[in-house]
Ligand binder design. Sequence first.
Ligand code: PLP
Length: 483
Amino acid sequence: MNSHMTPEEFRRHGYAAVDWIADYMTNVADRPVVSEAAPGDVRAALPPHPPEKGEPFENLLSDLDDIILPGITHWQHPGFFGFFPANASGPAILGDLLTGGLNVVGMLWWASPAATELEEHVMDWMADLLDLPERFRSGGPGGGVIQDTASSAVLVVLLAALNRATGGRARAEGVSGRFAVYGSDQAHSALEKNVRVAGLGESAMRLVRTDPATLAMDPEHLRELIEADVRDGVLPVMVMATVGSTSTTAVDPVPRIGALCREFGIWLHIDAAFAGVAAVCPEFRWIHEGVSEFADSYCTNPHKWMLTTVGSSTLWVADRGAVIEALSILPAFLRNRATESGQVVDYRDWQIPLGRTFRALKLWAVLRWYGAEGVRAHVRHHVALAQEFALWVTDDERFELVAPHPLSLVCFRMRGADSRTERLLELLNADGRIFVSQTRVNGHLAIRFAIGATTIDTEHVATAWQVIRDLADRAGTCEMERT
Ligand code: PLP
């Protein structure tokens, strides 16, 4: 029987685990990007029952190689261009390790003051970096909190918005009546899901039309929808504007949307889950136009584009009282002097669950390792690579760009029938050297090429383009054979 791992054993196995990760980082580019596992393969390789006797840690590392790695799609691979990136970095991974080492539950300031105060501080640093307004900082009426995901952030602010819109009735009595929540037809599905979770029902969801050229929300249509709702006795609760849509990184016109929200007294949430971190660079701050003036809340995920491992979604609110009023609950078993003094932040009131990890630690590690300068260089590098890639696409007459590409995502398709792009996607997926994902833009299938791997460079993008071009030849040939 294994007894607890002693600190000395931990040191030895810890070194081996860190070596394992360092080797993984070194060799990830040599692996196929996409897992070739068939459904059930991984489970079939695992014993049906848990071990009765403890095993040496070495067994776990060797199973990681033999059973787990074949079932991994390598998000850190420089040939990973799908979805949005989740780029990791050494300091973030070590931050995760240290977080586990301390393993505090930072639900209350009292439960570990440093976990809360570092988070408040790092969130103020992040607000500085992204040039977010003073009212989002801890010294003003608002403040920042790290959520696990941007989806959770939407739920938190939706509940706050609902409580505010109903004058506190939502908290006291629950929801009854008719409500409306607005997002563009390009908004992330997290909005609709949370409308359901909040008990408003799908019928509360209003999809605002987008401009076919920019794919950004049409504020005129938003006005029409709001006015119709007000006329019909439906209560507008929240508008979610997207800065960098999932499909194409479209940026909604926040100044016009914000002015409407102000006119009708509606909560404005900005979902900048992916694109927001680009605002570390002054030349990309235009994406935040209107945020300072109008936003009630704003979210971006360092765990997408800012070198931080998954579980780091930064949310700011302009009025922390609104969130606390909606979510605060203080059972007898959590009472303590610090909370009662009113001098501390208790993050349990700013999120759905009670428990939380020491979330700020890895973000602190990333910010200290890279500095603002390092984060800016990272973002600029990806944007420059994407712009170059977009030029290559434009220069090849078989392809066309389907949406603006202001940042690091390029969406394109093969000219002609969608079946060509579909065939190319099939070939790319089967080939396995690179991974891309897909979307639909103005009714057409398109390939999303999202640049974001930590170690990516021109040669990787050039190789990817070569793979795409070669397979496009085959897609074209297959198409001719079919017709
Ligand atoms: N919003 C946007 C614009 C996104 O692109 C995504 C995910 O890609 C989300 C929200 C959801 O993010 P999360 O997985 O952190 O909930």
